[in-house]
Write a new protein. Structure first.
Ligand code: ADP
Ligand code: MG
Length: 240
């Protein structure tokens, strides 16, 4: 996989994400309780913690899918709190790639169109979008499935299509929320290998996982959450 042009505008060690004192309440419930966190260009950070501790809420804050109750989120120098809804949507489409546990593909579109749509939404002409989508499917080893609808793809194939879609706009940050959670162990390993490859060519990655072994393989830093707070941060020695 080559991605030379994609990372050129980010200096190594540049702060990509900065959360300062982020608190998020849903009614009475406190999902995030004063989270401060920095992620630098080129890092692969794993977030772990029990169900309900705020991991998905954290990713939603960074993607601008939802707003903190208090505190600030800055991504690539852009204070998300200063953006209106349209600004947030544009920011997200252009700068963030997201991968979810249950793929979130559009059932009515074949694989290639699911991927191409991400670029068409940012104004890329359809032909150009389809060409890049095919290149990505090829790099991810599923070009032969380009005309297949999500329903006939295996879980691992669906997730690779979802990763291709997330990469379409060359995002500065790839967010993955339990991307192997719905996969059998072999397909999960393949998706993890893919994320490792992407990080090795410079893709900044924030990954939520329940699997400590996969976190150790994939990430260079572990952030452990508990009750909406960062309970522990540690460097990881990548295994293999
Ligand atoms: P995790 O991803 O770690 O399992 P979440 O971030 O999904 O945790 O949820 C953290 C807490 O916030 C949970 O108590 C959850 O019920 C609550 N929560 C998350 N999203 C919402 C929402 N949209 N409305 C109400 N409560 C929510
Ligand atoms: Mg979650």
């Amino acid at each position: 996989m080559t991605r030379t042009e994609d990372t050129g505008d980010l200096a190594a060690d540049q702060v990509v994400v900065r959360l300062a004192g982020v608190r998020k309440e849903f009614g009475e419930a406190v999902a995030l309780d004063g989270v401060s966190l920095e992620i630098r260009a080129g890092e692969a950070v794993a977030v772990m913690g029990p169900s309900g501790c705020g991991k998905s809420t954290l990713l939603n804050m960074i993607a601008g899918l939802d707003r903190p109750t208090t505190g600030s989120v800055t991504v690539l120098g852009e204070d998300l709190g200063a953006l209106d809804e349209t600004g947030l949507a544009l920011f997200r489409r252009r700068r963030i790639g997201m991968v979810f546990q249950f793929f979130n593909l559009i059932d009515d579109l074949p694989a290639l169109d699911n991927v191409a749509l991400a670029a068409q939404l940012t104004g890329t002409p359809a032909r150009q979008a389809r060409r890049r989508a095919l290149e990505l499917l090829d790099e991810l080893g599923i070009a032969d499935r380009r005309n297949a609808y999500p329903a006939v793809l295996s879980g691992g194939e669906r997730q690779r299509v979802a990763v291709a879609r997330a990469l379409m706009n060359r995002p500065a940050l790839l967010l993955a929320d339990e991307p192997t959670g719905a996969l059998d162990s072999q397909a999960g390993e393949q998706v993890m290998d893919l994320l490792i490859d992407l990080n090795q060519i410079g893709q900044t990655l924030l990954l939520v996982t329940h699997d400590r072994r996969l976190a150790a393989r994939c990430a260079s830093r572990l952030v452990e959450f508990s009750d909406g707070r960062v309970a522990r941060e540690s460097a990881l020695e990548r295994t293999q």
